[in-house]
Design a protein around this ligand. Structure first.
Ligand code: B1M
Length: 211
């Protein structure tokens, strides 16, 4: 079994080539893609975040780690996307306005589409009005919002308020997530669901739709 802590270290160093190589090795060696993400890639990212907080790392270090993670996720994507599963429900998802973090949101979107959801990914830095417009147009069963900054978390509440004002709130379920988001915060802003990570987003979304 692959030692995923070595993968975490390669990502922490921002070594894209090694991160991709070790991800391929782990996958070929039979490791579960979800474990590769959680114990390898996400663990490496957590170390990067801590070093950024302590002043050991700077913005370029975070960017190098982000690029390494994106490249590794591309390797994992086919394994995460099973085929032939009937559509369970339609999801519109995005990272809220002011927030340029999209890696976690991409992981959640990949997990959902790999588990039978039809996913419309609006990308990052999505304005409140864009969420509303897309809900009107795509008529999703679920709206998913991601926020990685304490300063952008409140935007998720603003979107929920706008949905209410537009008379759209009762027609869909809302799930929120992102590193600083908690179940308590989700309850506070009136979301229907919260997931700590991409793997858990799948059962939460299924449960929200009674599946
Ligand atoms: Co930034 N950043 N960053 N950053 N960055 C954090 C978030 C930070 C915690 C680092 C730190 O200080 N320790 C900190 C936030 C502090 C705070 O608000 N409390 C921070 C900061 C301060 C900043 C800047 C302000 C830095 C600066 O400019 N001085 C700046 C802000 C830019 C902006 O958004 N306006 C900034 C910029 C960046 C980069 C652009 C360099 C890069 C992002 C690149 C990208 O995403 N394309 C970056 C990175 C990489 C990070 C860290 C290191 C890693 C984030 C990540 O990708 N994690 C991060 C530290 C950390 O989180 N430990 C940090 C891996 C990812 C798989 O996990 O995103 O948590 P995560 O997603 C998980 C779960 O959260 C959950 O499932 C995902 C998959 O399992 N989840 C959901 C996420 N969304 C969900 C939605 C759901 C359900 C679950 O339902 C819809």
């Amino acid at each position: 079994m692959a030692d995923l802590s070595i993968l975490a270290q390669a990502l922490d160093r921002g070594d894209r080539e090694k991160t991709v190589e070790l991800t391929k090795e782990a996958l070929d060696g039979g490791a579960n893609p979800q474990d590769i993400i959680a114990q390898g890639l996400q663990a490496g990212m957590a170390a990067v975040g801590e070093k950024f907080s302590s002043g050991e790392y700077f913005l370029p270090d975070m960017l190098m780690a982000a690029r390494s993670m994106k490249a590794a996720l591309e390797v994992l994507q086919p394994a995460l996307e099973q085929t032939g599963i009937p559509t369970i429900g339609r999801v519109v998802i995005g990272t809220v306005e002011g927030d340029m973090h999209d890696i976690g949101k991409n992981v959640v979107a990949t997990f959902l589409s790999g588990n039978g959801f039809e996913v419309f990914d609006l990308g990052l830095n999505v304005p409140v009005q864009k969420f509303i417009d897309e809900v009107k147009e795509k008529k999703p069963d679920i709206l998913g919002m991601s926020a990685l900054l304490t300063t952008t978390m409140p935007v998720m509440g603003k979107v929920i308020k706008s949905l209410e004002e537009e008379g759209l709130r009762s027609s869909l379920k809302v799930i929120v997530g992102g590193a600083p988001v908690t179940q308590d915060y989700a309850n506070y802003i009136g979301a229907d669901g919260y997931a700590h990570d991409g793997g858990r987003a799948v059962p939460v979304c299924k449960q929200l739709l009674g599946k």
